[in-house]
Design a protein around this ligand. Structure first.
Ligand code: DGY
Length: 321
């Protein structure tokens, strides 16, 4: 029997697939994030960490829990984990690629439409009692039909976003990526461009890259200043890829037209953040993968990784090099 620490409450069926194999579970049930010390306290005597949520698994945590046989993340992103240290300590790290691509792309698509039609802003106006008079040319949205979609980071999620935009609004697709995405070029006529071209030509620029030293803060004042004044910026990847102050200044000064964010830095975003009250901005609380079907699939992959790690097998979805 091995010990598994789960950092959030998960469905009974998920727990059962672990206990059926004879393992013992410890589940964090408080409705608050674990502190780093609490994470160490529970993980250090466990054989597996089933990690749900973005709590940092840094070198300090890893050094204190260096006998873990596996860390299985219930997320595709692993920027909150020091993978290099885990690899050095021989701890495999698993993630959940593929199963959340469509749901996350759907969130980007939802934000794009919300911003283009000012939907969240208009809803707030009704709540404020401002639905009184039909003024035909005031506070209008913009059409998306035929506008150019720019994808920053065309992997699985970017591909799904590009496909939805191509089919729904016949949007030509350009993208910036380290390498070519041949599938997108063939299926969607996507065209690979330089970062500068992506900024200059996109009507909607949607961010789908991984967070890294190269992408951190890349959407800054300089980047926004190269974009069209009519452009919409969408980020469903990681909040620290855009500089929030530069984004707010760009929106306030009409440097770009609007923004839709499912990710912020920090998360949660403070409720008095000025971006939340801007008419050209739509913000969601990191719900990219938040559907019943997707979360269940993510948890099932996490179970597969935990069980493989405890058996000493190679993880089916492993991020260590
Ligand atoms: C992921 O899986 O990385 C999503 O951002 C959810 O955290």
């Amino acid at each position: 029997m091995m010990n598994i620490f789960i950092t959030r409450e998960v469905p009974a069926i998920i727990k059962q697939s672990l206990t059926d194999q004879g393992h013992r579970l410890f589940e964090w049930t408080e409705k608050r994030d674990l502190t780093p010390d609490e994470l160490i306290q529970y993980a250090k005597d466990s054989d597996a960490l089933f990690s749900v949520g973005g709590h940092a698994i840094d070198s300090h945590v890893l050094a204190a829990c260096d006998h873990l046989r596996v860390i299985a993340l219930c997320s595709v992103g692993y920027d909150h984990v020091d993978v290099a240290t885990a690899t050095r300590l021989g701890i495999p790290i698993g993630n959940t690629p593929g199963v959340l691509s469509k749901a996350t792309a759907d969130t980007a698509f939802l934000l794009m439409q919300n911003v283009a039609r000012k939907a969240i802003h208009k809803h707030k106006e009704i709540l404020r009692g401002n639905w009184e008079f039909f003024d035909p040319m005031v506070d209008l949205g913009i059409d998306l039909q035929g506008k150019t979609l720019g994808i920053y980071g065309l992997g699985r999620i970017g591909y799904e976003m590009a496909k939805s935009c191509r089919y729904a609004f016949n949007m030509p697709v350009i993208y910036h990526n380290r390498g070519h995405n041949e599938e997108a070029e063939q299926d969607l006529d996507a065209r690979r461009v330089s970062f500068e071209e992506l900024l200059e030509q996109s009507d909607v620029l949607s961010v789908h890259a991984n967070l890294s030293d190269q992408t951190q803060g890349i959407f800054n004042r300089d980047a926004f200043s190269r974009m069209k004044a009519s452009a919409i910026f969408i980020n469903t990847a990681r909040g620290s890829m855009h500089n929030e102050e530069d984004l707010r200044t760009a929106l306030e000064n009409g440097v770009i037209w609007g923004a839709g964010l499912d990710v912020t830095n920090p998360e949660p975003m403070a409720p008095d953040n000025p971006l939340l009250n801007m008419p050209n901005v739509a913000i969601l609380p990191h719900i990219g993968s938040a559907t019943v079907e997707t979360r269940m699939k993510m948890m099932q992959l996490t179970v597969e990784n935990v069980l493989a790690g405890l058996r000493g097998d190679k993880l089916p979805y492993c991020v260590n090099p």
